[in-house]
Design a binder for this molecule. Structure first.
Ligand code: GTP
Ligand code: MG
Length: 193
């Protein structure tokens, strides 16, 4: 897809702040610092529209990015960062549930995992949570650039097995560093828009 326009519309913390123009939405989910915001930037060819950081916990709100006036990428705060208080974790859970469970313009969720590592228990839980709410999931296994070519197939297999990926769901290797997987990701996304 040729992206001609991308803008942040709102950083929301509650339902009443979500955009109400009924455009389709694609949300991101994944561990803190895994590369969710970087994925958005790479797809839309913008260096830092979605703010990224080498420190976990950069994204704290639901950030709605309107693309080509046609759909939204919804960037969300990550999970699994140890230095988060119980209270903050509960706030996160409430915010995610309110969005993921009830948002009828949400077309699919991109679950971003780190291809270098076996998916964590939190990743497995998130996948199950999304399936429970009958949301289409596309797993984006990112940081592909960090893995030698000879080992990539094995890492992908491990991701598929640990998450117990259902046969309808896709796993796409991706790198925000090199752009590998970008065209494939757009191809899949367009089928949901
Ligand atoms: P939170 O907002 O904290 O949940 O993090 P996030 O998932 O949005 O991660 P972010 O995009 O901010 O990236 C975290 C770090 O990983 C940054 O230092 C990125 O440069 C790096 N990173 C992201 N994607 C890739 C990738 O594909 N390859 C490499 N080598 N580094 C990446
Ligand atoms: Mg982020």
């Amino acid at each position: 897809m040729k992206v001609t326009n991308a803008e942040i519309v709102i950083s929301a913390v509650s339902k009443k702040q979500y955009p109400n123009d009924r455009l389709p939405e694609i949300a991101l989910a994944g561990r803190s610092n895994v590369g969710k915001s970087s994925f958005i930037n790479k797809l839309i060819n913008r260096k830092n529209l979605a703010r990224t950081s080498s420190k976990p916990g950069k994204t704290q709100t639901l950030n709605f990015y309107k693309i080509n006036n046609a759909f939204y990428f919804v960037d969300v705060p990550g999970y699994g960062y140890a230095k988060v208080s119980k209270k903050e974790r509960e706030k996160w859970g409430g915010m995610m549930e309110e969005y993921l469970q009830y948002r009828d313009t949400l077309k699919a969720v991109l679950l971003i995992t780190d291809l270098r590592h076996e998916p964590t228990r939190d990743d497995v839980q998130m996948y199950e949570f999304l399936k429970y709410f009958e949301l289409p999931v596309i797993v984006i296994a990112t940081k592909l650039d960090k893995i030698p070519k000879s080992k990539r197939a094995n890492h992908l297999k491990r991701t598929i097995q640990t998450l117990h990926i259902e046969s309808n769901d896709l796993v796409l290797p991706f790198s925000a560093e090199t752009g590998e997987g970008k065209e494939e990701a757009w191809g899949v996304l367009q089928s949901f828009l």
